[in-house]
Design a protein around this ligand. Structure first.
Ligand code: ADP
Length: 373
């Protein structure tokens, strides 16, 4: 069995050990030389070029992804050529376009913030008037790590984006400003044949739009877990996703859980599963896209805390002070993505597991601080 992964980032990198353990051959189409997943990079080329991706796909059993940026035309060309693509274009469009995602979630009747498409300034003015004069404007496509998200109190504050959209740039939508008490993420894996499994709900902590920390399971979430399970299964089924799906959510101050966005690949909120669950999200993704039976999502310890190692202003690398950092923290699992550090760039993560959340979180944070580049 051969899995072809489009994209050479750390998600593809972390699929490599899982593939080795499963005895599956993994090939990566990387964007350039020296990428995080270059260990398995059998090709380098532009994923926006159908001929490059078709050539890469020639003798693999399935194509899957490290990111969601492969254009629909390229995905459709693969499907037309008879290549198994998981997740397929009909699912991936809901991760590529927030307007399509919101419309589909509305059809499925799952809980989400109030929202509206914005095609003209009047659409935004009306929405703001109906929502206490404030809203969150988003670009439907192309956003990541909070870029493409803006809280506005007047339509004028989004005039550059409205102009951009009118000139053929990314289309816009607006959402209510959700008064959330915390952010959660639910990870689910689904096979083409329909089997689906969930891991426990986790809490994610964001700083400046970037995920910095994940607590697994989410504390004080037992009462909402069954509801979230049902929502996750309804969404996975309703969009026909295959592989791992991460559903990012807000928990509101009045106890509701609303869907923020979808990611159709292994996700930062699931990195803890490598060290904290019987089956990691990376192994599960490979099993799912190959339509193999899924593995147990049971926990290996009561609590796991994952803390990202993020590049700071003095660009270096996570491994600059490796020996002393490893010596100081022998009791956490260290994952380096072999990337050079730039401010805000995720270059690795550490996971601590144990019995008691405060103690585990303390260990993980202390270790990550030592590795900070
Ligand atoms: P990206 O695609 O860049 O990750 P998101 O849609 O996830 O963008 O938004 C980034 C962050 O902005 C979220 O993690 C959340 O903190 C905040 N945010 C997004 N939408 C809303 C909303 N409707 N209400 C309140 N905060 C929001």
């Amino acid at each position: 069995m051969i899995v072809g992964v489009v994209g050479g980032g750390q998600l593809a990198r972390m699929m490599i050990p899982a593939a080795i353990e499963l005895g599956v051959e993994i090939r990566v189409l990387a964007e350039g030389e020296g990428m995080s997943a270059s260990l398995a990079a059998t090709a380098v080329g532009d994923y926006r070029d159908a001929s490059v991706v078709l050539a890469f796909a020639e003798d693999v059993d399935v194509i899957t992804f490290d990111h969601e940026h492969v254009p629909q035309e390229v995905l459709r060309a693969l499907v037309d050529a008879g290549v198994a693509v998981h997740p397929g274009p009909d699912a991936l469009r809901f991760a590529q376009d927030k307007r399509q995602m919101r419309a589909r979630m509305a059809e499925l009747g799952v809980p989400q913030p109030d929202w509206a498409p914005v095609d003209a300034v009047g659409d935004l003015e009306r929405f703001l008037a109906d929502h206490g004069g404030v809203g969150v404007v988003k670009t439907a496509t192309g956003g990541y790590d909070g870029k493409g998200v803006r809280v506005v109190r007047s339509a004028a504050e989004a005039s550059d984006w409205l102009d951009g959209a009118a000139a053929g740039g990314p289309r816009l939508l607006v959402e209510e400003l959700v008064p959330f008490s915390r952010e959660l993420a639910q990870l689910i894996a689904r096979r083409p044949s329909g089997e689906a499994v969930v891991w426990p709900l986790v809490q994610t902590v964001q700083e400046q739009g970037i995920c910095v920390e994940v607590l697994a399971p989410a504390p004080h979430a037992a009462s909402i877990q069954p509801v979230v399970d049902d929502v996750a299964r309804a969404v996975a089924e309703g969009i026909g996703v295959t592989g791992v799906l991460a559903i990012e959510m807000f928990e509101t101050t009045d106890g509701r859980v609303l869907i923020n966005e979808l990611a159709m690949r292994p996700h930062n909120s699931g990195h803890w599963t490598i060290d904290g669950a019987v089956t990691s999200q990376f192994e599960q993704h490979l099993r799912a896209v190959l339509d193999l039976p899924l593995g147990s999502t049971a926990l290996l310890a009561p609590t796991s805390v994952m803390v990202n190692v993020i590049g700071g202003p003095d660009s270096g690398s996570m491994t600059d002070r490796y020996a002393s950092a490893l010596a100081a923290h022998p009791d956490v699992k260290v994952h380096s993505y072999a990337k050079s550090a730039r401010p805000g760039r995720k270059v690795g993560h550490v996971t601590a597991v144990g019995d008691e959340l405060d103690e585990v979180a303390y260990r993980a944070r202390a270790a990550a601080a030592q590795f900070d580049a």
